[in-house]
Every structure is written in C-alpha cells, then in structure tokens.
Design a protein around this ligand. Structure first.
Ligand code: CTP
Length: 503
C-alpha cells in the first residue's frame, strides 16, 4: 500500500540530499522503522534508518562525501552510520531470507524493500517513506502499520513465532513498545497470538546476552508507567528469565486466617508512584543530580528520569521472600528485609552484568534505607534521628524521601492520607535540621591529620575512636557541627584514653 501524505516529515535537508545521491547512483532508498513510526506519533526522533535496495555502505559513503561527514562503516553487519546536524543516520542494504534446498538454515541475501519489511519486528516499525523523486515522502506500509498505530496494536508482520525466533529480544521489544506508546487515551495491546507465541518461546530468552536484556529493561523502567511491562512479563512467563528475584515476590500466603500484602503488585504500584512523583518533581525543577569527579562536586537540576531511582523502586522489597516469617501474635513479618535486600543488590547487578560502581551503591543505599523516613513518621521525630538520616542518605536524601513516600500503599485511604500528611512534617523537619546543622554533606571537623599532629602519633585505631566519638556527638546534637566545639571534645576524649598533646 502506498499513499501520498501532505506532511512535513521529510522537510529536513538531509532527506533531499540522500534522495539526490541515491538517484545519481541508481539506487532506491527509503526511510524506515522508528523514525516513520515516531513521525505519526508526533514524537521527536533523531535516529534515522535508511534502507537501500543495494549497498547501504556505498550510499552512506557517497552521502558522507556530499555533506562532509565522517562515515563509520560496520562491514560485519553491512551497515554504515554518519552524523549530520545532531542526527544519527544509519544505512543498511535491504535483506531477504532464502532457504537453501539442501539445508534448513536460512541464508540472508540482498533483497527488495518489501522483503526487508517482512523481516522487521512489528507492523508499526516496518513502515517506510520513499526517497525516490517521483513519489518522495509517500508511505510504503504493506502490513497496515498505520492502522495498528492508530488502534494501539502491536503485531508482527510474519507469523509471530518466526519473527521472535529471528531475534527473541523482540519479545521484550513488543512489551517495551506496548508500555512506552500507551497513553491515558490509548492503551497499546499485543495481539493474543503474539502473546501466546511468547509463552511458547520463552526458553529462547536463554540465548540472549544479559546486556541486551538489561538495555530493554532500562528503557522500560524510564517509561511513565512501567508496571504495565512487568505485568506483561509476568503474564507471558518471561519474568522468570528476566529477573527471577522479582518473580519470587509473587503470591500471598494465609496462616491462621492471616494473610499478607501481595509483594509483586505492591512493588509495581510503588514503581509507578515513583515514576509519577519523579515526573512531577522534575517538572517543578525540584530534583538535583550530583556528580563527583576529581573531588569536585557538580550539581545539576534533573531534566530526565533517574534510571537508578527506578531500579531502587523495583528492588526495594526484593529481600521480602527471604525474611518472611509467621508469628502467631504479629502475623506475617518481613523483619530486616531492607538489609537482606541491600545485600542482594550487588549480586543481582553482577548477574545482570550491570555496573558495579556508584550507581549500584546508590540503589543499594536506597533499598537499605527505604524504611527509615517512614519510621520517623510513626515515631517521635527527634533532631538526632533526622540528623542520622541526613548523614546516612547524604545527597540522595531527596530520592530516598520520594521512594519512601511512594511506598505508602494501603487499601485504607484514611491511613494513606494520614501517613502522607505526617510525611510532610518529616520533610519540613529535614529542611530545618539541614539548614541549621548542614549534615547532608557531613565532613568531620576533626581530621585524622589533626589528631596525629596534636598528639604526635602515627596512624592508629585511637584516631578512629576519637573521630567516631566526635561524629556521633554532632549527630546526636551533643555539640554543634563546628571546629571549636569538636576540637574541645576531641581533647576531652583523648585525655580519657590516655593521650597527651605534644604542644
Ligand atoms: N528492528 C527489528 N528487530 C529488532 C530490532 C530492530 O526488526 N530486534 C527494526 C525495526 O524496524 C526498528 C528498526 O529496526 O524500527 C530500528 O531499530 P531500533 O533503533 O532498535 O528501534 P526503533 O524502532 O528506532 O525504536 P527505539 O529507538 O525506541 O528503540
């Protein structure tokens, strides 16, 4: 099906240039995939895929020469890429699959646009715009991608098992696109035969690298309502292959008539709450990102979702199955699940081949501390408890508060309202204490060098004892956070443990 559209999708100069160069070389070229889809969705897209009936590398090289851009060639994949005015343009030759008479293994060889479109993942991703002069900009949509896009349908051009066996990652891509493209007005659905094929082919997930799986998960997590994807992963049976520890949160148990919260759906609710609260806070410019490089801290107003905050939400209760106990008096308890969860985080990151750097430590910290702010709501809010929380959370206090607030889920609306209100008081208290004591970026006024100099001692455990004593006294409000009071306290403590100043 081809149709002419009165639109400005291909107004950018680069499309005219590719069109002219392709014509000179006697090649047929098309814009295909995500760019076309995003044009119809009204979303900005800076990645442009060009498919060529002929050599993608040859066309890219000629276009690169015309626009004076360097071309990166990936011979193994038969692709080439160049950058032009903030856009990334990738060129690939159209492919088709054919079957050798003597072998069941498919052979991939040069093909036409139609053949290439058949091999793509979803109808909404197989649409193309012609770059030929005679029908420049017309839509080539053989599988009704445009109708599927309007109706919110994810469907494969071929029989789903074939499309998914070509690349099983497409099962996760289907779930990602359904989640990402859904809006309050239009919920995208994956057609039933495709969902069924996923269930049948879930074992094929085993051939995928962890890195590719994580890339999809990360893209899912930063969507505005990521719970939809995890529900689909669960329904199709893919969750066990993606994150078995999360699948372990499923279900409830009842003993002596007492049940407990269903921790999987609770986690998904918290994840969506975090996403919504973060989006709102970003819109108001209320969140910052902190970066440390070469000892210098930079602070930037957050402009886009913090992926690692989403991971912290996803994993906040991951320690619950291992801490679960039944007590005839109290019912079900999950004591210490936050610490068990924090210990599980590095292992999960390692298994998933995710970074084991400060991002992992941030997630671990938030999981480990996620109950602390709410404890302040229910107990009396003392300055020293607030100081300790500020000290432990440091710059991550705002994200921790956001996670903890999002964690307030209950079927009882009065309880939720009461806890949220009390939470406002804790936030106020945090601001007051921080303004007064500056604990967030706490630096002990007493350094190890100072102790060594005053007492003429080499590095030894007494220094640690003195420094901890000073730190705890500041956090407990015994002394102020300043050098004079800290130095006086150091001298008293040192005398107590038998140290004598050299001067
Ligand atoms: N594609 C495919 N199968 C895959 C990956 C990609 O058929 N496993 C095709 C689709 O036609 C897709 C195009 O390659 O539209 C480009 O892929 P990619 O850049 O990964 O995705 P986009 O559709 O551009 O979307 P996004 O950038 O959001 O990932």
């Amino acid at each position: 099906m081809a149709g002419n559209f009165e639109n400005h999708f291909l107004d950018d100069e680069i499309f005219g240039i590719v069109s002219a160069v392709a014509r000179e070389k006697g090649m047929r070229a098309f814009v295909i995939g995500g760019f076309v889809r995003d044009c119809f969705l009204g979303r900005e897209c800076k990645d442009i895929d060009i498919v060529v009936e002929g050599s993608g590398i040859e066309l890219a090289t000629a276009v690169g020469a015309r626009v004076h851009s360097r071309v990166n060639v990936f011979r193994n994949f038969g692709t080439a890429m160049l950058r032009f005015r903030g856009m990334e343009i990738e060129f690939v030759g159209a492919r088709r699959e054919s079957y050798d008479r003597n072998s069941r293994k498919p052979v991939v060889e040069d093909g036409t646009l139609q053949e290439d479109q058949l091999r793509r993942d979803f109808t909404i991703n197989a649409m193309a715009f012609s770059l030929q002069t005679e029908d420049f900009g017309s839509l080539v949509d053989p599988f009704g991608g445009i109708q599927d896009l309007a109706a919110g349908i994810i469907r494969t051009p071929l029989e789903p098992c074939r499309t998914y066996s070509d690349d099983p990652l497409r099962m996760l891509r289907a779930i990602r696109f359904a989640t990402k493209l859904s809006t309050p007005e239009l919920r995208f659905t994956i057609v039933p035969e495709s969902l069924k094929a996923m269930g049948e082919m879930k074992d094929r997930m085993l051939i995928l690298s962890r890195e590719r799986i994580v890339e999809e998960l990360n893209k899912i997590l930063v969507t505005p309502k990521p719970s939809m994807a995890f529900q689909l992963l669960d329904e199709t049976g893919l969750l066990e292959y993606v994150l078995p520890q999360l699948a372990a949160l499923k279900g409830t148990e009842t003993m002596e008539g007492k049940g407990h919260k269903e921790n999987f759906s609770h986690t998904l609710e918290v994840l969506d709450n975090v996403a919504a609260a973060e989006i709102a806070a970003i819109a108001e410019g209320k969140l910052n990102d902190y970066d440390f490089e070469d000892g210098v801290e930079t602070v930037k107003v957050r402009k886009s979702p913090n992926l690692w905050l989403r991971w912290a939400a996803l994993l906040h209760d991951i320690g619950k199955p291992r801490s679960k106990k039944f007590d005839p008096q109290q019912g079900w308890t999950f004591h210490g699940h936050e610490h068990i969860g924090a210990r599980m985080v590095p292992k999960i990151f390692q298994e998933m081949k995710m970074p084991l750097n400060e991002k992992m430590k941030y997630v671990q910290k938030l999981v480990g501390l996620h109950l602390r702010p709410i404890a302040l709501v229910t107990e009396e809010v003392t300055d020293s408890a607030v100081r300790r929380l500020l000290f432990d959370a440091g710059n991550d206090i705002d994200d921790l508060m956001l996670l903890c607030d999002a964690d307030i889920t209950s079927k009882n609306p009065n309880k939720v309202a009461r806890l949220h209100n009390n939470f406002v008081l804790v936030r106020q208290k945090l601001v007051e204490v921080e303004a007064k004591d500056e604990i967030r970026n706490f630096k002990n006024p007493i350094t190890g060098e100072h102790v060594m100099e005053v007492y003429g001692i080499p590095p030894c455990r007494e220094i640690g004892i003195i420094k901890d004593y000073v730190k705890d006294s500041i956090l407990d409000g015994v002394i102020g956070n300043n050098f004079e009071e800290a130095d006086a306290l150091m001298r008293r403590k040192a005398e107590e443990i038998g140290l004598v100043p050299v001067k």
